[in-house]
Ligand binder design. Structure first.
Ligand code: PGA
Length: 254
């Protein structure tokens, strides 16, 4: 049991915010603030901002990610972007299965699984999101929901491929609401996920597996959340749109 086996990953999820011009300005502001951080720093941005983000982040420790990808390599899927296209554009990371995709765009555990497969095949690193809605927490079925989402998404993923996946535990009731899970609640579910990785693969892989917390993480609650044994980083929405706040979270992780 050694938390230091895992390098924390702090990832911003910009959602549908920022034009290419705003992207370049925000990343230029962030670069010096996160330079030299002893953790992985990622910013996931809208497709239209990817080139601006890659160019603004060049030569820095900031890695760029997309917020989704399609499961097919190419074809008649108007409005979609494939994992191969992202890879070819030079994007290393992609978020898959975010609760807003599940809630508003018909994403299911099965389409999440197919997108994870496509992203891994293309050589991308996946930030896989799982998490319960408020009603599920109140019913006491959080563990069941999170275990099922994780199990389906990982079906077909080999143990070797696990090094290209991280999981973000994001309780849906905490996203964008200002309500944060307590450090204990966050750790409890991150541990459930780690135990599942041990069950599906091995204890060694589980000990190395990075699990983030996401849901109203900010500069004042990050340190307490990130101190938890099973919390290895954060997926940050709102607070990743402000350079100083995001940098403060990065500092709390390193
Ligand atoms: P939030 O979003 O930090 O604004 O709650 C987190 C997320 O949706 O990944």
């Amino acid at each position: 049991m050694d938390k230091s086996l895992r390098k924390p990953v702090i990832a911003g999820n910009w959602k549908m915010n920022n034009t290419p011009e705003q992207t370049a300005a925000l990343i230029s502001e962030m670069k010096p603030l996160v330079a030299g951080a002893d953790c992985e720093v990622v910013l996931c941005v809208p497709y239209i901002d990817i080139y601006a983000a890659l160019s603004a982040a060049e030569g820095s420790n900031i890695k760029i990610g997309a917020e989704n990808c399609h499961w097919a390599e190419k074809g008649a899927f108007t409005g979609e972007v494939s994992a191969q296209m992202l890879k070819a554009a030079g994007v290393p990371y992609v978020i898959i299965g975010h609760s807003e995709r599940r809630q508003y765009f018909g994403e299911t555990d099965e389409t999440v699984r197919d997108r994870v497969r496509a992203a891994l095949n293309a050589g991308l690193k996946v930030i896989l999101c799982v998490g319960e809605i408020l009603g599920e927490r109140e019913l006491g079925i959080t563990a069941e929901v999170v275990r099922k989402q994780t199990k389906v998404a990982l079906s077909g993923v080999t143990e070797n491929e696990l090094s290209n996946i991280i999981i973000a535990y994001e309780p849906v009731w905490a996203i964008g609401t200002g309500l944060t899970a307590t450090p204990e609640q966050a750790n409890e579910v991150c541990k459930i996920i780690r135990d599942l990785i041990a069950e599906l693969y091995s204890k060694e892989s589980a000990d190395r597996f990075v699990i983030q917390y996401g849901g109203s993480m900010n500069d004042s609650n990050a340190a307490d959340l990130l101190k938890q044994y099973d919390v290895d980083g954060g997926l940050i929405g709102g607070a990743s749109l402000k350079a100083d706040k995001f940098a403060a979270i990065v500092k709390a992780a390193c």
